[in-house]
Write a protein that binds this ligand. Structure first.
Ligand code: HSE
Length: 301
C-alpha cells in the first residue's frame, strides 16, 4: 500500500482579498510519498529539498503531525502504521504556500490510503490546523486552493465556509520569488490590526469587483479590482525592489501586480500566457541587475 501525491503552490490573498482569496498554480508544488507499514505509528522516512530546515521528528513536522491528528480523529492512531517521504520542490518562506502544499499532500495521501473516509470539505479543517502549526495562524487561503484547485473564497472562518470561484481561462500568473526569507509569522506581525473605514470600503469594493469580474470574465474589471490598500503598503517594505517590479509588470501589460501571500514572492496577473511570461522575465532581469537571485514560475491560474 503506497501512494504518491502532488499538491500545488498557491497565491494567497489574490492581491486584494487578505486571508480570504487564493488560487492554485500548476507548478511548483510539493510531493508526498506515503507507505503503509506493519509497525503502528507515523514516521518521517526522509525529507528532500528543504536544506535540512524541516524537523524529522513526527510530532514536530507539520505533515506528520497533521496525519496523526487525522488518525486520532478517526480513532485508529494506535493500530495504523505509515511512513512519509516529503519532497519539497519549492522554497520555504517564499509566500507560495510551501507549508500548505506539504500539509495538503500529506492529508490527501492518508485519506486516500484509507479509502477516503473524509470528503475534501471535511479534510479542509485539518489542513487549516496544519497551517496553524506551521505559522501560528490558521488561515485557509493557501490550503483551500491547494486542496480544491482553482480560485477559492473563504466566505467565513467560523464555521469554515469555502466557495470555489470561476477561473477565466485566459488568466495567467507570473510569479517571481526574490531569494530573501520572509516568514509568514513575521509578515503577519507587521500588519496593523485596525483599519480605517474609508480604506475598508475601498478594499471590499475591490474584492466584490474581483468576484464579479471572475464571473463575467471581465478582464478590465478584474484589473481595476486587484488592488490592495490595506496590506501591501506595509509588507512591501520587506520586499526588495517592490515598486520597481510593480512598474515593470504594469508596463509589460499585466492586469495587476502584488504580493503573493505574505511574500517575498510577487505575482503579475495577466491576460494570456505571453504577457505573464514577459512580465516575470523582465522582473527577473531587473532583480539580476540589482544582484538579487530569483526564481520565476509562470502558470495558468
Ligand atoms: N493570508 C496569509 C497572509 C497568507 O497574507 O498572511 C500567507 O501565505
Amino acid at each position: 500500500d503506497q501512494i504518491r501525491v502532488f499538491a500545488p503552490a498557491t497565491v494567497a490573498n489574490m492581491i486584494c482579498g487578505f486571508d480570504i482569496l487564493g488560487f492554485a498554480v500548476d507548478y511548483p508544488g510539493d510531493e508526498v510519498n506515503m507507505y503503509r507499514v506493519a509497525e503502528p505509528g507515523v514516521r518521517i522516512r526522509s525529507i528532500q529539498g528543504d536544506d535540512g530546515r524541516l524537523p524529522l521528528d513526527a510530532d514536530k513536522n507539520t505533515v506528520s503531525a497533521c496525519v496523526k491528528m487525522l488518525l486520532k480523529h478517526l480513532g485508529i492512531e494506535k493500530e495504523l502504521g505509515v511512513e512519509i517521504e516529503l519532497i519539497k520542490h519549492m522554497p520555504i518562506g517564499s509566500g507560495l504556500g510551501s507549508s500548505s502544499a506539504s500539509t495538503v499532500a500529506g492529508l490527501f495521501a492518508i485519506n486516500t490510503l484509507l479509502g477516503n473516509p473524509l470528503s475534501k470539505e471535511e479534510l479542509l479543517p485539518f489542513c487549516v490546523e496544519g497551517e496553524r502549526l506551521a505559522c501560528g495562524h490558521g488561515h485557509a487561503d493557501n490550503v483551500a486552493p491547494a486542496l480544491m484547485g482553482g480560485i477559492t473564497l473563504v466566505r467565513g472562518y467560523e464555521p469554515l465556509d469555502v466557495i470555489a470561484l470561476p477561473v477565466p481561462e485566459e488568466l495567467y500568473a507570473g510569479v517571481v520569488f526574490p531569494k530573501v526569507d520572509v516568514p509568514t509569522r513575521d509578515a503577519r506581525q507587521l500588519i496593523k490590526e485596525k483599519v480605517l473605514l474609508k480604506e475598508a470600503v475601498t478594499q471590499w469594493g475591490n474584492i466584490a469587483g474581483l468576484v464579479a469580474g471572475l464571473y463575467r470574465k471581465d478582464y478590465d474589471l478584474i484589473s481595476r479590482s486587484m488592488q490592495d490598500v490595506l496590506i501591501e503598503p506595509t509588507r512591501a517594505i520587506l520586499i526588495p525592489e517592490f515598486y520597481a517590479m510593480k512598474q515593470i509588470a504594469l508596463d509589460a501589460g499585466a492586469l495587476s501586480f502584488g504580493i503573493s501571500g505574505s511574500g517575498p514572492s510577487v505575482v503579475a496577473i495577466a491576460r494570456g500566457q505571453e504577457i505573464a511570461e514577459q512580465a516575470a522575465a523582465r522582473i527577473q532581469q531587473h532583480l539580476t541587475d540589482c544582484e538579487i537571485d530569483s526564481f520565476k514560475y509562470v502558470s495558468a491560474v
